[in-house]
Design a protein around this ligand. Sequence first.
Ligand code: DAH
Length: 340
Amino acid sequence: MLEAQLQSLAASARQRILASATPEQLQAVRVEVLGRKGALAQISKDMANVPPQDRARIGKLLNAAKTELEAALESRENEFAAQALHARLDSEWLDVTLPATGPRPGALHPITRIQQELEELFLSMGVAVLDGPEVESEYNNFDALNIPPDHPARDMQDTFWLTDGCCLRTHTSPVQVRGMAKLGPPLRMIAPGRVFRNEEVDPSHEHTFYQLEGMMVDRNISIAHMLYFMKTLLRRIFGCEVTVRLRPGYFPFVEPGFELDIQCLICGGSGCPVCKHGGWVELMPCGLVHPNVLRMGGIDPEQWSGFAFGLGLTRLVMMRYGIDDIRLLQSGDLRFLRQF
Ligand code: DAH
């Protein structure tokens, strides 16, 4: 009776193991047949009712069935594992013979590039490279540069004021003030950096842009020194001889003050859209340092004189790379940046 039951159970289990289509179905068979409360466990319990003379024989049959089903389950499980592995290998294969895409290296922003180039150039000329804070005191940004509180020149620069009376520096000129205090005369310094103005943003105006300030103080510095220095600088920047001219320009911290123009490098001075058909391009304001500025910087204007200039780094980058919209520079647009 129990023997027949055992045989039919083993046969149907064998059948189900072979027919199982998923590891889950297989697991269900394992639980039902071989589990702690499974069919075989039940038969083991029922052995108690088997007449003693049959017990050994049926017990053997039971063990044999267990071992056989165990083996069948394991082999079917191995088949499923192999199938899963193949499926994974198929989906994850990699053709190692394909040509590599190669790393995509980053690049320096064009402003950083020109700034570094200029820093190297000035360092080779024995000029110190100084840094100043972007949040500046009103005194350094204006007063010490000979721009008193009620002076209309303050309106020339739309200032971002902070609540503590400080401002975002509107130009790099306050680093002149810091440079005089730090270095004392004679001194040669430049200060590249970011400046801020409360401006309406359009293709040629940004609220944030870059300048490079320069200042030399020594004995008997004249406009001739300034001109020579500027021409050397521009030759190195543009890689060719550059014709310059000075026009008078007003800035409270220089006297006399100038606008330095260069002859248009595109048309050579005959007139083109870049120079608006004038033949000249306005490049940088400059001048001899105002005696008041020297005095406020602790330098005796009777003993020392100097020149200063404020190069528009952002404008220089735009001219050099032919960029016609200033907003691109800080757009973070990778299509633009990848070109450099
Ligand atoms: N700080 C001026 C500005 O941003 C530019 C400038 C003019 C700087 C004349 C100078 C200078 O050093 O001599 O408008």
